[in-house]
Design a protein around this ligand. Structure first.
Ligand code: SF4
Ligand code: SF4
Length: 470
C-alpha cells in the first residue's frame, strides 16, 4: 500500500500553481487547537467522529484495505451550484457515501464548508493534518469553481476566494488562505484531484472574455504533467451545474480504484468519465425524432426540436437527456430548454450569443426538412394501419365506443398494405399450421398452411424452391 504521507513531490515547474507557492513561500505554522479551545465547535465533536457510530458498514463488511478516504471540498470562483447538484445526487447519495454504506467503497469523510458542523480552525484541522502528513487516511481534493490568480489579489492585500485563516502571514500572523493556495498545497500529496463543474474543469463563466481575475481551470493551474500520488491525472466532471449523479458515481468509481478493486475507470482524453460523456446530448434527446423528421419549435413551449431556438445539442458531449437532472427527472431538453453547451471547454465564449440558431445547423435542418416531408406522410400511413386490429380489417368494424372519425381505409390503402405485408413477411420462416393473424390471403381463405396455399407439398421447403433464400 502506498505511504501517502512520505511522498516528496513538487508541483510542475512553471505551472501557475508552482509560481503561486513560490511567491507565497512555505507554510509552516498551524493552529494550536488547545489554545483555541472549543470555539467553532458547536456540537463539541468533529463530524467524522459524530457519524462514525452511524456508519452502516464496518471495516469487516466494507472489504478492502481502506476504511475511509478524506474528501476536501474547496470553492473557487463559483456560484455553489455544484454543491447543490452534488447534495441532490441520488445514485449514490452523498449521505450514503459518508456513512460507508456501499460495500467495497471506503467511508468518505467529507470536509465541506456548507455541510460540516465544525467551523473556523477546527474545520480546517484535517486540511492542516493533510499538509503535515498526519492525516489518518488518504485524501482527494474536490474543486468547485475556477482558480483565480491570487497573486494579483495578494499584491493588493486582498484575495479572491478563501477558506479559513492560517498563521502564514509574514510574521506568523493570521491571514485568509485562498482556495487556490489550499488547492496547490494539497495537490502535492492528494490521491486524486477532482474538478467538479465547468468552472473548475475548463474555467467556465468566471474565465469568460473580459474577466479581471485571470480565472482558469484546475488543469491549467496544476499543469498538463500533474499526476496525483497514485499517478492519476486530474479528473473532470463538467456541467453548469453538473448532474449530481455524474459526480457521485465517478467518485464511487475512483474509490473502488483506490480500494484496489479494479483499474482506474475509463476517462477520455480530457479527463471526463468516458462512459458519461462519450455521446452528444442530441443522440439521446427526447426531441431527436422531431429533428429527424424536420419539425422544429418556433417558440419555447413547443414540443419539437429546439435547434432553431439555439440548441447546440448535436455537437455537445452531455448525458442529461438520458440521466435527467435529479433522480432521473428533468434536464434541459426534457424540460423545454435548449442546450447552450455548458459542459464544454469552449463554454461560454464559443456558444454566445445564447438562444440564437447555431449557424452550422442550417445544412442539417434543411436536409431533415426535405427528407421529413417525404418520410412523415409514409409513417403516418403505416401508423394509421397499425392503429387497427387485424380483426377490424376482417370485419370492417371498429368497436371503440369513442368511434373513429376517420373512414375505413380506402382501396388504395388496402392494396398498398397488402403488398407491404408481403414484403414484411418475405423472410418469415415460421411453420405454424393454420391461418396466422395478419396473413390475409396467404391461406387462400381455407385455413391451409401458407406454403400449402403457395403450392408446396408437405415437407418441401420453400427455401429450396426459392433461389436466394437461405
Ligand atoms: S432539441 Fe437540441 S439536442 Fe434535442 S434533438 Fe433538437 S437539436 Fe438535438
Ligand atoms: S444539455 Fe447542454 S446546457 Fe444542458 S446540461 Fe447538457 S451541456 Fe449543459
Amino acid at each position: 500500500m502506498i505511504d501517502y504521507h512520505n511522498q516528496h513531490r513538487d508541483l510542475i515547474p512553471g505551472s501557475p500553481a508552482q509560481k503561486l507557492l513560490e511567491g507565497l513561500g512555505r507554510a509552516v505554522g498551524f493552529h494550536d487547537l488547545d489554545h483555541i479551545g472549543a470555539f467553532g465547535m458547536p456540537t463539541g465533536a468533529y463530524m467524522e467522529d459524530m457519524l462514525a457510530p452511524a456508519a452502516i458498514a464496518t471495516a469487516a463488511t466494507r472489504f478492502g484495505p481502506l476504511e475511509k478516504v478524506h474528501a476536501f471540498w474547496f470553492a473557487g470562483a463559483s456560484c455553489d451550484g455544484c454543491s447543490v447538484a452534488a447534495t441532490g445526487a441520488t445514485n449514490p447519495t452523498v449521505e450514503s457515501m459518508m456513512l460507508g454504506a456501499h460495500p467495497g467503497i471506503p467511508r468518505v469523510i467529507l470536509h465541506h464548508p456548507v455541510i460540516n458542523m465544525e467551523s473556523g480552525a477546527h474545520y480546517m484541522r484535517a486540511a492542516e493534518q493533510a499538509m503535515e502528513g498526519t492525516l489518518n487516511a488518504p485524501y482527494v481534493v474536490i474543486l468547485e469553481g475556477s482558480i483565480m490568480d491570487e497573486l494579483l489579489a495578494f499584491d493588493q492585500g486582498g484575495y479572491w476566494s478563501a477558506a479559513g485563516e492560517e498563521p502564514w502571514g509574514k510574521g506568523g500572523e493570521l491571514r485568509p488562505v485562498s482556495t487556490t493556495e489550499w488547492v496547490a498545497r494539497l495537490s502535492i500529496n492528494a490521491a486524486a484531484m477532482v474538478a467538479i463543474g465547468t468552472c473548475a474543469t475548463w474555467g467556465g463563466i468566471p474565465s469568460a472574455e473580459g474577466n479581471p481575475t485571470g480565472a482558469m481551470s484546475l488543469m491549467d493551474f496544476l499543469g498538463k504533467d500533474y499526476r496525483s500520488v497514485l499517478g492519476v491525472p486530474i479528473v473532470n466532471i463538467p456541467g453548469c451545474p453538473p448532474i449530481g449523479d455524474n459526480f457521485t458515481e465517478t467518485i464511487a468509481a475512483v474509490c473502488y480504484f483506490l480500494q484496489g478493486f479494479g483499474p482506474l475507470p475509463e476517462f477520455d482524453e480530457l479527463g471526463r468519465p468516458a462512459w458519461l460523456f462519450g455521446e452528444t446530448v442530441h443522440r439521446r434527446c427526447v426531441r431527436g425524432a422531431y429533428y429527424e423528421e424536420g419539425q422544429f419549435a418556433h417558440e419555447f413551449g413547443d414540443p419539437e426540436c429546439l435547434v432553431e431556438l439555439g440548441c447546440w445539442g448535436p455537437v455537445v458531449n452531455c448525458n442529461i437527456t438520458s440521466r435527467g437532472a435529479v433522480r432521473g427527472i428533468g434536464g434541459c431538453m426534457n424540460a423545454g430548454a435548449a442546450c447552450i453547451g455548458c459542459t464544454m471547454p469552449g463554454f461560454p465564449d464559443k456558444f454566445t450569443p445564447f438562444y440564437k440558431r447555431p449557424p452550422g445547423s442550417l445544412a442539417s435542418t434543411t436536409v431533415s426538412r426535405m427528407t421529413g416531408s417525404l418520410i412523415r406522410p409514409l409513417r403516418k400511413f403505416s401508423n394509421n394501419n397499425l392503429n387497427r386490429e387485424v380483426r377490424w380489417d376482417k370485419t370492417g368494424e371498429v368497436t371503440s365506443g369513442f368511434g373513429r372519425e376517420k373512414s375505413d381505409p380506402g382501396m388504395l390503402a388496402e392494396v398498398t398494405h397488402h403488398f407491404y405485408d408481403k414484403m414484411r413477411r418475405f423472410n418469415d420462416n415460421a411453420t405454424n399450421d393454420g391461418a396466422a393473424w395478419g396473413k390475409i390471403g396467404d391461406d387462400g381463405g381455407d385455413g391451409r398452411h401458407p406454403e400449402q396455399a403457395r403450392g408446396f407439398k408437405s415437407g418441401e421447403s420453400s427455401k429450396k424452391a426459392m433461389p436466394g433464400r437461405r
